[in-house]
Design a protein around this ligand. Sequence first.
Ligand SMILES: O=C(CO)COP(=O)(O)O
Length: 257
Amino acid sequence: MRKIIVGTSWKMHIHSMKEGEKLVEGIYRSVGYVKEVEMFILPTYPMIPMIAKKLETGNIKWGAQNICMMDKGAYTGEVPPLILKELGCSYIEIGHAERRATFGETDKDVHKKVRLSLEYDMIPVVCIGETEEDKREHVGNVRLHTQVLWALNGLPIEEMKKVILAYEPVWAIGKAEAAGAEYVENIHGYVRSIIEKEYGRDVAQAIRIIYGGSVNRDNTNLLTKQENVDGLFVGRFGLNPEDFSQIVKTTIENKSI
Ligand SMILES: O=C(CO)COP(=O)(O)O
């Protein structure tokens, strides 16, 4: 049985320490202690020590929105994986659509980052998803197939099972509405079938596939009723503690764990 997971990335929406402190305190208070679901918050790098302190009791974990694809060395402006581990990060987001589009992150980079995260015992949350253009040209399946293989290729089976795939259709990020629940379920099923074909049923059944892209407290209900949706990755609508907490509650109810 796959453990349900709800995470949120603050992206660069939260752009001051004070604001970050207020938000993490609010989320901690609103969510309370829930053990039925795994949860994480991904703030910007410099906020991590503060978040770690605020969340040291309770079961909300934290992580980073990116990781350097190198271990150490002359890479100006990057953050070494070991420091993220030392700061208690449990999750590392990799290959978000904004990083692919704005910072030129490639599937090959994603692959290196996945390996490095696992090497440092942090769970990679790999974002995959077709663009608007892919969808229009009916090549979304090709995009997803490529992204999934680059993320997982060559990993030992037990490591592969730890990876979380976040399906985030690029056309549904930052919009008023999420992708339709039925559409999402079909894609998650397709992604699982790719994994099964390449690496076997055992891995396909173990890997968690979560959905992200305009998730809010209302659409959470239908999304989390889908069998292949193992949780949610929340953006803007998780920046309000009550909304985030409601998303967690609805997810637990629907997955009736
Ligand atoms: O990209 C996302 C989460 O990683 C989704 O962001 P929004 O929920 O703001 O669309």
